[in-house]
Design a protein around this ligand. Sequence first.
Ligand code: G6P
Length: 608
Amino acid sequence: MCGIIAAASERNVSELLVKGLHKMEYRGYDSAGLALHQENDITHLKALGKVSLLEEKLKSENPSSTLGIAHTRWATHGEPSEKNAHPHKSNERIYIVHNGIIENHLELKIFLEEEGYQINSETDSEVIGHLLDYFLNQRNNILDSIYLTKEKLDGAYAIAVLDIKDGENIYLARSKSPLLIGKGNNENFAASDPLAIGKLANEFIFLEDDDVAVISKSTIQIYDATKQSIQRKITEIDSEYQTTSKGEYKHFMEKEIYEQPQAILNTLDGRVGGDDVRDDIFGIGSSELFKKVKRIQIVACGTSLHAGRVASNWLSAIAGIPTQVDYASEYRYRNPHVDEDSLLVTISQSGETADTIAALRYGKEKDYLSTTTICNVPTSSLARESDFFLYTNAGPEIGVASTKAFTTQLTGLMLLVLSLAKSRKMNPKLRKRIITALRKLPEKIEEALELKQQIIKIAPEIAKKENALFLGRGIFYPISKEGALKLKEISYIHAEAYPAGELKHGPLALIDENMPVIALAPESEIVEKLVSNLEEVKARGGMLYVFSDTSIKMDLSSGKFINMPECDFLLKPILYTIPLQILAYEVALLRGTEIDQPRNLAKSVTVE
Ligand code: G6P
């Protein structure tokens, strides 16, 4: 993961770099650092912990520089420490920041040590600077040295390089990790995410794999894998996408939970007309292509995977399309059989998750009919590399624990179901019913958000515990998994989810008065069976918190019923997500954890 940023300007860039790092803390926040060029010297600062600690150091030193690079880290190789923080330097000349993983770093370290280099950190990144220095010492110029270094590196990287002997330029290279250039007014920038430089530039150039680039305050030169000078497309990004303030809320996660009605409206905007979805909402030609689809393969990670699991139920039940769902990190290693006429669907908030991108690229080499992504970042790698794309339009999601991205993904996935069902003799009544329910969904979500006061009452009981069990059946099982994921991510309470019928095959052994059990029990044909499962919990003294919209004949000795608003059954998975998000948030608030930036995690996982 990690976030990198670089700036070449006429003005002092030190504060700009730190501000950019703040905006990329979602990519990692265990240490930060920067290198600023000053005549024939470099100011090199590092801090263990969040970017604010680097900022304090910077204020006390107050350096002024027009050329610099900076980094916020999520540790992969080597513990979080100042020693392992970036920028890494070589020979007091070359300073580098890196996002990605250099897979062959151990063998490169041996090579470099034999060449007399001293390795000062436990990171995989440090070798990059030494390799550059090694090739420079062999009388290569810096551009050639970058190409020679690239030949030696296996893995993923986005790199920015500062050379003490060059007060004009910053050198950039990318392979598999995101990196873009932002054009400003007499200044140029590079960063892992447009968010970091969004206020400084409005034209962006997304570097492609194996590109190398050189930026100065007034020039941008890009070279392709064969060292040929090349022009890459210029993209303009809507400045609204850059809005990243917490407003009246304590945390971004809280704000993002309460933004969900509007976010879902945005997902639906322009996609629904009359009693159906519009044609080609996944891109020109998508409706025609979708007619041929006979099977679907979904790949995603984390919360996005849970959205895929809900959608697989919808796809087979509503559109009659058999669907398989895989963890993106597993998919390409199981030698999957690809049926003809299959559609590969990726789901991602960021569009930059390394495993999901790798799964898409793997899939593109197989016999898929086509590829489609549902994603919240239109400029992301997944959006650019997929044949078709639906933008969820949830707005930037900053909290590491995903909330509005999930419910908008589910909304987008229902639009996919309807788009696929269009050519498949779908019962018009069912189609109308779903469209009506989708239109009402934002107001239903508003009603679910009003459960906050009830949830605040149960949160203290759960906050005292160290474990929790989430139960759901059928399409609510992935929602219970999402509830467990939210709770463990931000409150650090160990939480697991089970399909309720599986309880007696093991987890029942865990039940006692210390085990809160959170059950999703919407009115359905199997609610009676679920109630029997809950009785089994009650008989063993478990604390039950039951979210339901039906009258359940059961006395709870400990725990509580929470009455859910009514809603069309098909969209209830989206509705039942809301109280679980609020529960995780309120519990974490009581436990005093770092809600927006939970320990050890990062929002955009750009390493495999
Ligand atoms: C990280 C985030 C999760 C997210 C997952 C997949 O683990 O913390 O919130 O669900 O990555 O990310 P994506 O951007 O592909 O949805």
